[in-house]
Design a protein. Structure first.
Length: 97
């Protein structure tokens, strides 16, 4: 338990969803759970933002890679389409006696 003085008393209205999240958090009572949740989130916020930015950068990089691969596949399919008749003709010529 944190040793900070508890000098602020507030009455708040919370949705069932928020109440459920708070009640599932660590602590001996609702006030302690809420305080732990707020402190943990605030103390981790900078790291969470850094993680978010790093993941967004990775997503952007992977998107660029995927776009490049799709373009390469498109070019290979076009080359295969164009070379197909030539290959078939060459195979036919090789089969002639």
């Amino acid at each position: 338990m944190n040793s900070m003085a508890k000098t602020n008393q507030k009455c708040v209205r919370l949705s069932d969803r928020v109440t459920k999240y708070i009640e599932q958090y660590r602590g001996d009572n609702f006030s302690e759970k809420l305080e732990n949740l707020v402190l943990d989130m605030e103390e981790r916020r900078e790291q969470l933002v850094q993680d978010w930015e790093r993941l967004q950068a990775q997503i952007t990089d992977k998107h660029h890679e995927m776009t490049a691969i799709q373009e390469r596949v498109k070019k290979l399919r076009e080359a295969e389409r164009r070379l197909g008749p030539l290959v078939e003709t060459l195979l036919d010529l090789m089969r002639l006696p």
